[in-house]
Design a protein around this ligand. Structure first.
Ligand code: FES
Ligand SMILES: [Fe+2]
Length: 382
């Protein structure tokens, strides 16, 4: 039996445990380069990934670049107002066309000056007319993309099923926040030396909040008040409830209930978007796996209307930078220890604190192994 097959069986048996006896995945799921390559091929390259927020490219010609699973991407709003996710690789000899973010009428390659319109169509290729390179024959390839609740998603698989129909329950969870109306105030892209699953799990469990973040998060979202919330095949979530005696953090959308104003709703849209939605603040992390022990984290902060002052926004950014520093220090140390032959498969905490991790394992197991009913059908047909 191959190592990957053996690990898939191990994953299936752990994901099959009942919730009250749930266990962690052992260390090699986070440190095996072979298994990471398998995850990329088997499902990461076929799933929908959040890239950022639609209002990062608010006007025609606005763009940003990023990279997902080795694909250089160019996210740009066209003259028709449509946001496209294009290949950021020149069709001549492969130079990246744009870097960072900005706004432009045309993308001009820095190598031999081929230029492209905002919809990816070639505009001009100097001295190439006799070679048959024309706007009718040449354009930047476009990837499948969708906008949902103001987030931009891409799928590198042309045959993927649409995303939005899978998100009805998550839509229900978020609807009162008016997530689509949140306005971008901050974008960061950074590298963390951890396995992508470790950051998903860390972001989605409340068990560590009061320990790792005693001064930053504990006063607002102590571990003890956290409660598991909705989940289904596409996502998991929990509510980080605020104590009664803390000052309001802004009232957000008029549609919110008082309970919703007094908590942050944290969700993971499988596989690799994690986000915290509060009344007046939305923070979303797009995790871009690079290697078994390395991820690029592109995170955005958005606010509701103009409720927060510039100073308050700066304070929230500083707070999140500190929270990230606290988490990152733990995850980067743990990544090294997970290579130990004694890395454990310890018990998960009760569901309000680590039940989201159990949901995540079940998602992973669905992705790598066909459901039993399909095996049975294959058996009957054989
Ligand atoms: S590589 Fe872009 S014009 Fe040559
Ligand atoms: Fe944390």
């Amino acid at each position: 039996m191959s190592k990957t097959t053996a690990m898939n069986e191990e994953l299936a048996s752990i994901a099959g445990l009942p919730e009250f006896s749930a266990q962690c995945l052992p260390g090699h799921f986070y440190t095996s380069a072979e298994y990471f390559a398998y995850e990329v091929e088997k499902f990461l390259s076929k799933e929908w990934h959040c890239l950022g927020r639609a209002d990062e490219v608010a006007r025609p010609g606005d763009y940003f670049t990023t990279t997902l699973l080795n694909e250089p991407l160019l996210v740009v709003r066209g003259d028709d107002q449509r946001i496209r996710v294009l290949s950021n690789v020149c069709r001549h000899r492969g130079m990246p066309l744009a870097e960072g973010s900005g706004s432009t009428r045309r993308f001009v390659c820095s190598y031999h000056a081929w230029s492209y319109n905002r919809d990816g169509k070639l505009a001009n290729a100097p001295r190439m007319r006799d070679k048959g390179v024309t706007p009718d024959t040449c354009r930047l390839p476009e990837f499948r993309s969708e906008i949902w609740n103001g987030f931009i998603y891409v799928n590198l698989d042309d045959d993927a099923l649409p995303l939005a129909p899978k998100l009805q329950r998550l839509e229900h969870l978020l609807q009162n926040y008016q997530t689509a109306e949140m306005r971008i105030v901050h974008v960061v892209e950074e590298e963390w030396r951890t396995n992508w699953k470790c950051l998903v799990e860390n972001f989605m469990e409340a068990y560590h909040l009061s320990i790792v973040h005693p001064e930053t998060l504990h006063p607002y979202t102590p571990t003890g008040l956290s409660r598991k919330s909705m989940s289904d095949d596409a996502f998991t979530s929990y509510c980080a409830n605020y104590p009664d005696d803390i000052p309001s953090r802004g009232s957000g959308a008029p549609t919110l209930t008082e309970e919703e104003r007094k908590r942050s709703t944290l969700f993971c849209l499988f596989p690799a978007q994690v986000a915290s939605q509060a009344a007046s603040l939305l923070v979303s992390f797009s995790l871009q796996p690079v290697a078994v022990d390395l991820i690029r984290v592109r995170w955005t902060m958005s606010t509701f209307g103009d409720e927060l002052t510039k100073d308050e926004i700066d304070q929230r950014i500083a707070l999140w930078n500190e929270v990230n520093r606290e988490d990152r220090e733990k995850l980067e140390k743990m990544q090294k220890a997970l290579g130990s032959r004694h890395a454990p498969s310890g018990p998960l905490a009760p569901k309000d604190y680590e039940g989201t991790i159990w949901d995540f394992y079940r998602y992973l197991a669905r992705k790598v192994a066909p459901p039993p009913v399909m095996k049975l059908a294959a058996g009957i047909g054989a």
